[in-house]
Design a protein around this ligand. Structure first.
Ligand code: SF4
Length: 376
């Protein structure tokens, strides 16, 4: 490992990032799923080598926080033994595949994602944030989630290849989907896509074979907290859970696997319908409409605490609340109904704007904000 740089690339288990609370190690579960053994091993590693906290990301990955520099190698060895990390660091860097989290064994999402992850060595060098989306269920569930090269269901029922940022895609023959994704990734690299970083910003015309007019199938309701055909879904406040709590849930609920979603929701396969203190199982819970990045002191860019303020405000804000440690807006890259952006130890208040957007009040302290929303 070549040092613990702070910014500008995407961390993974081989390349952890130094954060304010120690190293951050990102784990990318294959197909967004961890077996019971993998979950228990990951939780044990988070407690042994990190600060015992696990975060979910918007790419359906997990992050172990607070890893000590002298504990990173042991952490990596453990993750490799659990088959949660690829043995080749280059392949691990390329393994950015977001899959519709309600996939079933043998369905199109499972089949295509499984093939693609076997063929990662056919990919070119790509910018760190570039990734794939496999959303091949009968309706779209990942339409709003970022991903550069996409297989999705078209409105006629066939699968389509779509470059991010384009409203339509081209039909792909069954069995050719991974070929099409790899070809599009190679075209992106050869046509200078790395210079702009993401497909959505790569404005040049697509090649004929990747250009089509097939629109997307209608979206379906996302996975929501509560009962699900596969088990039970729980929301994690701000996407964070204590490793000891997650391990305890695996034991007490006799669940055999966990699926990670991009929406801060965990799906516990085979779990019974039970309320769990500290997790969100009511779809009306206001914390499900609240986003907050780790803030200070976890992130070196932050000058404000974020999550306790969001927790106190959530029930007093109509619509989506976003409390961001700085203008980067990691937790919610889009506009929220109410956005508080940290700056020099205070907050700027914006409405219908992303982090750092035009503010209606500036330099507010937490007490002023709570009073403004009647939460004091
Ligand atoms: S939004 Fe800013 S403070 Fe929050 S995690 Fe991102 S970089 Fe850190």
């Amino acid at each position: 490992m070549s040092g613990f740089a702070a910014k500008g690339w995407c961390p993974d288990a081989w390349h952890p990032m130094m954060a304010g609370d120690g190293l951050l190690v990102r784990v990318k579960p294959r197909l967004g799923r961890l077996t019971r053994e993998q979950v228990l091993g990951l939780c044990d590693a988070a407690v042994t080598h990190g600060n015992g906290l696990i975060d979910m990301t918007r790419r359906a990955n997990l992050q172990i926080r607070g890893v000590r520099e002298n504990g990173w190698q042991a952490m990596l060895d453990r993750l490799l033994a659990l088959n949660l990390v690829n043995a080749d660091p280059v392949v691990e860097t390329r393994r950015n595949i977001l899959v519709a989290p309600d996939w079933r064994y043998g369905d199109d999402s499972h089949r295509i994602a499984s093939e693609l992850q076997q063929r990662l060595d056919e990919l070119p060098d790509l910018p760190g944030k570039v990734g794939f989306v496999i959303d091949a269920g009968q309706a779209s569930t990942l339409r709003g989630e970022a991903g550069d090269f996409r297989i999705e269901r078209g409105e006629g029922g066939s699968l389509i290849l779509r470059a991010d940022g384009r409203p339509a895609g081209v039909a792909v023959a069954a069995g050719q989907e991974a070929d099409a994704l790899i070809a599009l990734a190679n075209w992106f690299a050869m046509s200078g896509g790395a210079d702009v970083g993401r497909m959505v910003r790569h404005g040049i015309a697509l090649p004929d074979w990747a250009h089509g007019d097939h629109l997307l199938a209608p979206s379906t309701a996302r996975i929501a907290p509560g009962r699900h055909d596969l088990g039970m879904v729980y929301g994690l406040p701000f996407g964070r859970i204590e490793a000891s709590m997650l391990a305890g849930m695996m034991e007490s609920l006799s669940t055999w696997a966990v699926r990670i979603t991009p929406w801060r929701l965990l799906l516990l396969e085979g779990a019974p319908a039970e309320r769990i203190e500290g997790l969100l199982s009511d779809i009306e819970d206001p914390l499900l409409r609240a986003e907050a990045c780790p803030g200070a002191p976890c992130c070196p860019q932050a000058t404000v605490e974020t999550r306790e303020l969001a927790r106190r405000l959530a029930a007093h804000v109509g619509g989506w609340l976003h409390v961001s440690g700085c203008a980067k807006g990691c937790a919610h890259p889009r506009a929220a109904d109410v956005t508080l952006t940290g700056r020099n130890g205070r907050f700027d208040l914006s409405l219908n704007a992303p982090a750092g957007g035009p503010s209606i009040r500036s330099a507010l302290g937490p007490a002023e904000i709570l009073a403004h929303f009647g939460a004091a």
